[in-house]
Ligand binder design. Sequence first.
Ligand SMILES: Cc1cc2nc3c(=O)[nH]c(=O)nc-3n(C[C@H](O)[C@H](O)[C@H](O)COP(=O)(O)OP(=O)(O)OC[C@H]3O[C@@H](n4cnc5c(N)ncnc54)[C@H](O)[C@@H]3O)c2cc1C
Length: 323
Amino acid sequence: MPNILVLAEHDSGQLKQATLSAVAFAHKMVAEAGGSFDILLVGENMSGTAEGLRQYGASTVLVADYAQLKHPLGDKYAQIIADVAKERGVSMVVGAASTFSKDILPRAAALLDAGMLSDVIDVRTADGDVIFKRVMFAGNVIATVKLDGDVKFLTVRAAAFAHPPKASAPSPVVTLRVEVDRLPAFSQYGGRENKLTSRPDSTEARVVVSGGRAIRNAEDFERLIGGLADALGAAVGSSRALVDAGVTPNSLQVGQTGKIVAPDLYIAVGISGAIQHLAGMKDTKVIVAINKDPDAPIFEVADFGLVGDAYQVLPELVQKLGK
Ligand SMILES: Cc1cc2nc3c(=O)[nH]c(=O)nc-3n(C[C@H](O)[C@H](O)[C@H](O)COP(=O)(O)OP(=O)(O)OC[C@H]3O[C@@H](n4cnc5c(N)ncnc54)[C@H](O)[C@@H]3O)c2cc1C
């Protein structure tokens, strides 16, 4: 029976919603194969975050809470995960498919000489084996795989696992003792540049408005894409074409080499629909495309399409939404 460890992801104590998909995966796994799961939270001043995690049915919420763990440095976090997994006889370590987990979990897997699967979208058991489905080649292939080894590491796609039910009784919180001064120190925290924005993160938002090469410069992006996003309380995103042109920052890029988003509504403005872009947003529930070319490939995946010039359509839309 699996003994699962779910890695909680947070930003300075603010829990990332994608964590709940990893918890939902653990619920599904336990329902299929029995066993239980713990949630591991690493950081500084984690009591409030730990409290919030008690409602999801974990056997325990394990907390490593130290000033030295304030920043998610991959080498330190990976060592903690590997140590916890080893000490507690964990058979599966799960995180959300995010930049955070991509940095940390493969290192932890390597420390335990364990196998790792990323972008898992389904799991089932058959004849005692655990069988996973995972996305490959920018979403064009879905592979069905088994993973050898006593410990399995995986990341799961947020859109594939709905958020978990709340448990009737809160999980106990267990504080972990970590010899923080003996953790690896290959990397040092150098600082972080935060763009102050009131807009939500595109990986967390229910609505994302994304702009593509149709948008000519940063001012137009802010006015048109930002304007529509603000009218909808949405996050903004961008195709790589705009990132490469220096119009938008890398942090906004959606796609194979950018962020994977799965909102309720994705509005693609002046984006052609290259497979590398679709790889980052095609799990969206409803896709709306605005493009002046009626033959643009984005319309093949869109639920609703509007053929028109972004420079005319967006101001009109914002005005109508304002009313
Ligand atoms: C290895 C690799 C990884 C990649 N990763 C990513 C990734 O993560 N994300 C990503 O986005 N791309 C990625 N790409 C690039 C991808 O292949 C495309 O080049 C890119 O997505 C195109 O961006 P676009 O749709 O904005 O631009 P274009 O393909 O140039 O499309 C612009 C669209 O705007 C429309 N348009 C023009 N003017 C207007 C107007 N006034 N009003 C309305 N519509 C208008 C046009 O009809 C056209 O459909 C990657 C490529 C490679 C090779």
